[in-house]
Design a protein around this ligand. Structure first.
Ligand code: ATP
Ligand code: MG
Length: 327
């Protein structure tokens, strides 16, 4: 039986500035409301790729909330775990990019419906569970508590955890956040770090050392996400799998990591091989950056397959995996 992929966390709408470098400070035009929130992007993509999915979070009884519910439902996500609050507004984020691709966010999350979520562990669906956790949710105390409770319940029921650390220093000034994230990472079967996540979380250790240690301690699969360079997949049983990036025009990189995770987990949940799951995730991540809006570039299997055919990943100059420290 396929596990249900679940996520608990922030549901938001996002507004994206059209003008690079406006820093959310000078006047600019914006597009939105785009359905967003890292857990929502991942779960939406997993549903589009054909997994059984459910999301837990909070929304206001407003049209931003309606936009999110409608998007998730239309792509097949079970939204019965989303609470609606009459007296709270839906969470909102604003993002502006710089010319070098970096970005600045303003989040309206605290005291909105997005963080009004209570313990969800008693309302989990029956059957096997695979819970995905985004580190971006853990900076908020209410979400952190709900995620920890739900993760404990998933584990007690024999389910598995997956974690995208998204370790942003600005979200982790409170030491409890880093400690919770480290605890969840140690219990996860699937990890989706970037090199910067690893350097931030494990200072003084090379990414290669961290990966080796995590695999020794029981992590099943580590997918290192590398932006336009693609991804590398590590597991105990096999040599690492190097997946070069597909060449695309990057319009909006936000959400690529979440889309990668959603694709990968959905393929694994459906019983696909590690290599096929990784190739599809690598392609879906590339597709994700081609549309403005965090989940506008999410895709389904036919779209991913035709993209892989028309736009094969770059070939490597050598068949060998480069040492991580060479980057
Ligand atoms: P975020 O946290 O903003 O969602 P991330 O840092 O977790 O992003 P990235 O490494 O940026 O994740 O992207 C995830 C995956 O998507 C990459 O490993 C790669 O497969 C694909 N990808 C992202 N950006 C590009 C790009 N410009 N060109 C090709 N593939 C890309
Ligand atoms: Mg990430």
């Amino acid at each position: 039986m396929q596990p249900t992929i679940i996520a608990v966390g922030e549901l938001l709408v996002e507004f994206v500035s059209h003008q690079k470098g406006c820093e959310l400070h000078t006047l600019a035009e914006y597009s939105g409301p785009y359905p967003s929130g890292a857990p929502a992007i991942c779960i939406d993509q997993a549903a589009r790729v054909g997994a059984v999915t459910q999301i837990f979070g909070g929304l206001g009884a407003d049209n931003f909330g309606n936009a999110l519910i409608e998007r998730l439902q239309s792509n097949g996500v079970n939204t019965s775990g989303i609470a609606r609050f009459d007296n709270k507004t839906t969470g909102v984020a604003f993002v502006s990019y710089y010319n070098d691709g970096s970005r600045t966010f303003i989040f309206h999350l605290n005291n909105t419906a997005a963080d009004a979520l209570k313990d969800t562990s008693s309302t989990l669906p029956p059957g096997p569970l695979l819970m995905h956790i985004s580190g971006s949710s853990l900076g908020n105390p209410n979400l952190r508590a709900a995620i920890e409770q739900t993760a404990a319940e998933v584990i007690s029921r024999g389910g598995e955890l997956s974690c995208d650390p998204n370790a942003r220093p600005e979200l982790m000034s409170n030491p409890d956040v880093k400690a919770t994230l480290a605890g969840l990472i140690s219990k996860s079967s699937y990890l989706f770090p970037s090199e910067s996540d690893l350097s931030y979380l494990y200072p003084g250790e090379s990414p290669q050392e961290v990966i080796t240690n995590l695999l020794k301690k029981g992590t099943k699969i580590i997918a290192l996400t590398r932006g336009e360079q693609g991804s590398r997949i590590y597991s105990n049983n096999k040599d690492p799998l190097e997946l070069p990036g597909h060449t695309v025009d990057e319009v909006d990189p936000t959400g690529a990591g979440d889309c990668f995770c959603g694709t990968f987990l959905a393929m694994i949940a459906k019983g696909e091989s590690l290599e096929k799951s990784a190739r599809y995730a690598n392609a879906a991540g590339a597709l994700a950056v081609t549309e403005r809006g965090p989940m506008e570039g999410n895709s389904n299997l036919p779209v991913i397959e035709s993209f892989m055919e028309s736009n094969p990943a770059k070939t490597l100059s050598s068949g060998k995996i480069q040492n991580l420290s060479e980057h």
